[in-house]
Design a binder for this molecule. Structure first.
Ligand SMILES: [Zn+2]
Ligand SMILES: [Zn+2]
Ligand SMILES: [Zn+2]
Length: 489
């Protein structure tokens, strides 16, 4: 690989460094998954070959487990499914997603050897499994999985030592990457990308990783694997600099990020942002009004109250009781908005939820107002090219457009587009959507400036057709981009 090389990163073990200079939006590498599987919970709703979400899927007549869009997808996925198909039949049911993934990995490696392409910089043997670091409860589940794997693995397939199998389970446990649907909005499965496993964490990283299913119509390899990730540069990277991504959402306090990284990835983060607790103060700040700040006690009281309310809101959201969500949000805003700063992370979460739910209930003015507050807060906290910021700006742009606030709507869409050109790249389906939205809002803005009446009547007609609708049920769909690696709940 001419862009990067493996090196010994001080205090971190192996890592990747840039072997030339990069600029914002450059693709440092792109790689297909070694194997990927659909989540157990979505096995009947997501195509097992292309990972698209489809209302009507066809079932594999043999195992009755795998589902596909059509014959083309079934044929394309056959190489990866063939052995799995007869194993599921013999086992009597499909085992869980971790077991299915490990089995798919082993079948592939048994067939092609430990290095499947000349782009692959590491083998699974060389990756860490962190089994020694696992907590007792996790270890128990882990052993159950291995036990079931042994039952599931056919006698006719190559037999592996139990240590070998545990190692792969361990590798998948800490490196399994969340695979999203074609639009990048819903987490639908988990896959393993060997080069990505080499990229170390930093809470303020210089790269971002994005899944781009693309359309590689030229299927000339046996495993056409359409799950493909890109490592993209977020800004200027010097030759020799370590390449990093963030494994956790930056909107957590440094202490919470360190806790997550320790329990899920087994290391102590010593990045600059953790060491100096950068922006922690903003994330829990009180609101200054006319030079007067609330007392630390008042801020703490409001913070604790809001934390409690957010749990209630989440429960109501899961019950799909959206009017209850709105009611609790409104009460919480009255109580805490006067005390907490607009960068307070709980307030941001509150605004995000409220705007999402109000958009779903079609109260677009409200949705727009709170989405804008969310974006304004995010801008002060996130890296300017952070994907979650871009997605938030896109949501705010759509909400403003829906509310007929075309000037801000267009500005937000442009902002989102600029970020996603870096974080997602020009060929990603969401960037293409944004490009179309940008043209639409630009045209409408011109019309608005010429004749407001014509604009409003045209907009009403457009709203009826809902060409830019994002009225999915509010389920916190952006979580997938904030937490890169798949964690069992
Ligand atoms: Zn498909
Ligand atoms: Zn099958
Ligand atoms: Zn850190």
């Amino acid at each position: 690989m001419e862009n990067m090389a493996i090196f010994d990163s001080p205090g971190k073990g192996r890592g990747l460094k840039a072997t030339k200079e990069f600029w914002a939006g450059d693709v440092i590498f792109s790689e297909p998954s070694l194997a990927a599987v659909v989540f157990d919970s979505l096995a009947e709703r997501i195509c097992h070959s292309c990972f698209r979400s489809q209302p009507k899927l066809q079932r594999c007549g043999q195992c009755k487990f795998a589902h596909y869009c059509d014959r083309t997808c079934q044929r394309a996925g056959w190489a990866e499914h063939k052995q799995e198909c007869s194993a599921i039949k013999a086992f009597g049911k499909a085992p869980n997603e971790s077991i299915r993934l490990v089995a798919r990995l082993l079948w592939r490696l048994d067939k092609e050897g430990s290095v499947v392409s000349d782009m692959q910089l590491t083998t699974l043997d060389e990756l860490e499994d962190h089994i020694q670091d696992m907590e007792e409860d996790d270890l128990k589940d882990f052993k159950v999985d291995i036990h079931n794997f042994v039952d599931y693995w056919p006698r006719s397939s190559k037999q592996h030592r139990i240590e070998e199998v545990s190692h792969i389970f361990g590798v998948v446990n800490c490196n399994g990457f969340t695979v999203s649907d074609q639009r990048g909005l819903q987490a639908v499965g988990v896959g393993l990308f060997p080069n990505l496993c080499l990229v170390n964490h930093d809470c303020w990283p210089n790269c971002t990783v994005i899944l781009n299913h693309g359309n590689q119509s030229a299927v000339n390899t046996l495993y056409h694997s359409q799950q493909r990730i890109e490592l993209r540069s977020l800004g200027k990277i010097e030759e020799g600099e370590e390449l990093t991504v963030s494994y956790v959402d930056y909107l957590n306090l440094s202490e919470e990020r360190q806790r997550l990284l320790k329990t899920q990835y087994f290391f102590d983060c010593t990045c600059e942002h953790c060491r100096d607790k950068i922006k922690d103060d903003l994330k829990l700040a009180g609101r200054e009004v006319d030079g007067v700040k609330p007392s630390p006690e008042q801020v703490k009281e409001a913070t604790d109250y809001l934390f409690e309310m957010l749990e209630k809101i989440e429960k109501a959201r899961i019950r799909a009781d959206y009017h209850e969500v709105v009611k609790i949000c409104r009460d919480s805003i009255t109580k805490t908005e006067p005390v907490l700063a607009d960068t307070h992370i709980y307030l941001l979460r509150l605004w995000s939820t409220l705007s999402e739910v109000q958009a779903y209930l079609q109260y677009f003015e409200d949705a727009a107002e709170y989405a804008r507050k969310m974006v304004d807060g995010y801008v002060k906290l996130y890296h300017p090219n952070n994907a979650a910021l871009g997605m938030a700006a896109m949501r705010a742009g759509v909400n403003h457009w829906q509310a007929g606030l075309i000037e801000i709507g267009h500005a937000m869409v442009c902002k989102a587009y600029a970020i996603l050109m870096v974080s997602h790249g020009p060929t990603h389906p969401i960037t293409k959507d944004l490009e179309a939205m940008r043209m639409q809002t630009e045209m409408e803005l011109r019309m608005f400036k010429q004749n407001e009446y014509v604009y409003h009547s045209m907009r009403d007609a457009a709203l009826k057709n809902k060409p830019m609708t994002m009225l999915h049920e509010p389920k916190g769909v952006e979580e997938g981009i904030k937490n890169l690696f798949h964690r069992k709940k």
